[in-house]
Unconditional design. Structure first.
Length: 393
């Protein structure tokens, strides 16, 4: 009953204002935000690479009016490239605020820096694409956590699109995500086309899956024409907010086509029945989301119940797909980010990044492609923050 009550409240809020809340242009001309030269990086400009270890590509409008650059929720007219570090408390206009240290680079310099970092490692690159209700500070914090937690042996890139960072602006986020499809597709194509990039590991969260999946399909089509096998092999969809049936119908035609799977491509999907955000998304869209094991067919649910099995329904068994159910180790008020907040899920996520051969935390189910994560006495809730290498919220 508590879950239904939360859902009812969320739906009421969305019904009243969330789905139609407009995005205000603001009281400042957008050109004023980017007038400072720091918003237009010059070729060869020096950058503190050691102090800004992570890479970013963003279509957010930056605010360069103060000493510290801030990325806003508005769309920019160009895609910018830069370097950043984990957010920290900084002073902005005389007030303390959590901000992300960032500096922009000219595109060619950015690619050279990425190549140098990639060449020093194993030719691997990790690309993180965030989801709904995010600011640049929340996503940069998550990207930095992913880098620390996984110990990834290559550069970590965050692609930051203009999410509004507010609960009641889901429709605006969805609109901006679709507006950014071409920007992301062109960037991913450029990244995949670099001969020095041997493997791209893609991690998407929530709404980010709707940017990632079609972009990979586009890159594959271009790669086939260029007689290349492609280097996007390891794809992780955490709480994906994408129509489950549409995903099942379309995925085998392109992203998980037999030749791609034969070359080692694999998708890991993290799902949870306690994901309140996806429950609301299902109510808004009318159909179940890929990241939620909701049984749309009531007869299927009744059959599972009669067999004494959990009433959970998943994506179909498709070659190249593994589903990991985090329901029993769910954390947080929404259960929407278990891969970054639950110790057991974090450990599994680290193993998924590394493509481990054994999976000690995964319990088999009646479905060969679906696994459950069970609570681990050695990883109690009190150790979530430590095991997940997460800084204090």
């Amino acid at each position: 009953m508590t879950y239904r009550r939360h859902l009812a409240v969320a739906l009421a809020a969305l019904g009243l204002t969330g789905c139609v809340t407009p995005v205000d242009y603001g009281k400042i001309p957008h050109a004023a935000y980017v007038a400072d030269p720091r918003c237009t990086a010059q070729p060869g400009a020096a950058i503190d690479e050691a102090g800004l270890p992570l890479f970013v590509v963003t279509s957010r409008l930056p605010d360069c009016r103060n000493d510290t650059i801030e990325l806003l929720h508005h769309r920019a007219d160009v895609v910018r490239y830069g370097r950043f570090a984990a957010p920290r408390e900084m002073e902005l206009a005389g007030k303390k605020k959590l901000l992300t240290p960032i500096a922009f680079q000219q595109e060619g310099d950015w690619w050279q820096g990425l190549q140098a970092e990639t060449d020093r490692r194993q030719g691997r690159v990790l690309l993180y694409v965030h989801g709904y209700r995010e600011t640049f500070e929340t996503t940069s914090k998550d990207a930095a956590q992913i880098a620390r937690m996984t110990g990834f042996d290559g550069p970590v890139i965050e692609y930051s699109w203009p999410s509004q960072g507010e609960v009641l602006k889901y429709a605006a986020d969805e609109t901006n995500m679709y507006h950014d499809v071409r920007n992301f597709r062109e960037f991913l194509r450029s990244l995949a086309d670099k001969p020095w990039v041997k493997e791209i590991v893609i991690v998407s969260h929530s709404l980010g899956a709707r940017l990632v999946i079609p972009a990979i399909g586009s890159v594959d089509r271009m790669s086939r024409r260029a007689d290349r096998t492609g280097n996007i092999s390891n794809i992780i969809l955490a709480s994906p907010d994408i129509d489950r049936e549409t995903f099942e119908r379309d995925i085998v035609d392109e992203v998980l086509a037999p030749d791609r799977v034969a070359l080692g491509r694999h998708i890991t999907i993290y799902v949870s029945a306690k994901d309140k955000a996806l429950a609301v998304s299902r109510a808004v869209h009318g159909y179940p989301r890929l990241g939620s094991p909701y049984c749309f067919n009531p007869f299927e649910a009744a059959d599972l119940k009669a067999k004494g099995l959990p009433e959970r329904c998943y994506a179909s068994a498709i070659p190249g797909i593994t589903v990991v159910d985090t329901t029993d180790v769910s954390r947080g008020s929404t259960g929407h980010s278990n891969f970054l907040r639950s110790a057991v899920a974090c450990r599994d996520f680290v193993d998924a990044i590394a493509r481990k051969e054994s999976w000690p935390a995964r319990a088999a189910t009646r479905l060969a492609h679906v696994f459950l994560l069970r609570p681990d006495p050695a990883a109690p809730k009190e150790l979530d923050q430590t095991i997940c290498n997460r800084t204090a919220d």
